[in-house]
Design a protein around this ligand. Sequence first.
Ligand code: BG6
Length: 300
Amino acid sequence: MSNAATDLPDSVTLAEGEGGLPVVRVATAVATGEVYLQGAQVTAWTPAGSDPVIWVSGAARFAVGEAIRGGIPICFPWFGAGREPGLAPPAHGFARLVGWRLIDATDDAGAVTLTLRLTDADVAGLPAAAAWPHPFTATYRVTFGRELAVALTVENTGDAGVSFEEALHTYLAVSDVRATAVVGLNGAPYLDKTAGATPERMTQRGDVTFGGETDRVYGSVGSVVVRDDAAGRSVGVTKEGSANTVVWNPWVEKAAAMADFGDDEWPMMVCVETANVLDDAVVLAPGERHTMTARYTVTR
Ligand code: BG6
């Protein structure tokens, strides 16, 4: 099945979304969801009976080649500015800026799985990809159901070893980040990126709570729970194939400095990112592949 997928299940439609960008919409009795082909970016998931779980800024730009502020951006093949000079711009790699191909869609009793693909051939000639000229196939599986499951598989299709960073940069909707706790990182080491050019090495004590700009890369393979007591709900994030959890909220000044982020929106979101970055970058020998999975569940 290609982008011109004719054989979609009834629960799946390919439409023109915001800014005229192609979007795949899913609607079943179990959940609704949305993925933009640009960046294979999930921009919505709402299990039946729940409020939206995924946050997108009201100021997000939907334009060819621009990152969409919110949802689940895929950061690949580098994170932030990358580990070597000359990778950024663009920040967080090129995967979130380019069109992926929808190659399959299935509906299993209301749990809809979309498969999207990006290869080096898809980005050949793009200035953003010139800094990382390695053959690869990236396959992204998204299942919208009672839970949301996303799995990014990267295969090294070249004949030399390769390393890359990756993150599923999930923006979760919360009622007020100041009353939200991320539980499950107690004792984990982290880099505090708000400390300036040289991030500070710290150790988490207790739950992560928010009282200012927060930008941390944790060393942690475990699950977390995002507790939103004001909303009376928690979102569990379980993962596989990931050595890092990144927690980010821009707070007042950083939010105001971003053109695609409403000045007053920062209390409504927290990013909890499933990642392999910095010293935990993935290394693949020729022919090898690696999968990183994140699953989200809502509990009341
Ligand atoms: C986070 C980074 O993952 O993404 C932050 O740790 C960064 O440093 C944030 O500011 C947003 O990045 P961007 O490129 O989408 O503005």
